[in-house]
Design a protein around this ligand. Structure first.
Ligand SMILES: *[C@@H]1O[C@H](CO)[C@@H](O)[C@H](O)[C@H]1NC(C)=O
Ligand SMILES: *[C@@H]1O[C@H](CO)[C@@H](O)[C@H](O)[C@H]1NC(C)=O
Length: 184
């Protein structure tokens, strides 16, 4: 009996540890997504939204996590110039869901993250009775491995977004030079 108990305890610890390494589903430790990020891949079932001059072609610089909200500092290119955007997304009544007004009404969730390297978002935009999906892959560094990109592409397909509608931003202008210069 005691042995069984120990075995269960051991298994629980293994499970908890695995959960910590990579969140998918429940138990998101949202505080751990705080800090600097870079937009790596963008995907949408309405491609023009993420193409040049599309409203959703925005590049993340920083996420500040608070008790009931996420504050995003982003950039977008307007008339060939990088402009800052600040958005505050509030928690909704649904667990893990946030909402923000930007080119319509948006709700989003975090699909997956390992906190230290990547994070994947899924967003639904509603405006004038129309709706589209947006999926985003952010990295702590300026690029991510093709393994993580492939995982993201599969998640996009699961949500009905075809591969042709996934844009790799790593070789495009993401306003990296407009990011806050910090003392080394
Ligand atoms: C984006 O906007 C700029 C200036 O407003 C314009 O010169 C450029 O052709 C547009 N690009 C596309 C793909 O529409
Ligand atoms: C980012 O990684 C991809 C492979 O996933 C590679 O093809 C691409 O050239 C890299 N971009 C930069 C700017 O290093």
């Amino acid at each position: 009996m005691e042995l069984l108990l120990l075995l269960c305890l051991g298994l629980t610890l293994v499970c908890v540890h695995a959960e910590e390494a990579s969140y998918q589903g429940q138990n998101l430790n949202v505080k751990k997504i705080n800090g600097d990020w870079h937009s790596i891949l963008l995907a949408s079932d309405k491609r023009e939204k993420i193409e040049e001059n599309g409203s959703m072609r925005v590049f993340v610089e920083h996420i500040h996590v608070s008790e009931n909200s996420l504050a995003f500092k982003l950039h977008t290119i307007i008339n060939e110039k990088c402009s800052e955007i600040f958005l505050v997304a509030d928690k909704t009544e649904k667990a893990g869901e946030y909402s923000v007004i930007y080119d319509g009404f948006n709700t989003f969730t975090i699909l997956k993250t390992d906190y230290d390297n990547y994070i994947m978002f899924h967003l639904i935009n509603k405006k004038d009775g129309e709706t589209f999906q947006l999926m985003e892959l952010y990295g702590r560094k300026t690029n991510l491995s093709s393994d993580i990109k492939e995982e993201f592409a599969k998640l996009c397909e699961e949500h009905g977004i075809v591969r042709e509608n996934i844009i790799d931003l790593s070789n495009t202008n993401r306003c990296l030079e407009a990011r806050e210069r910090r003392m080394a």
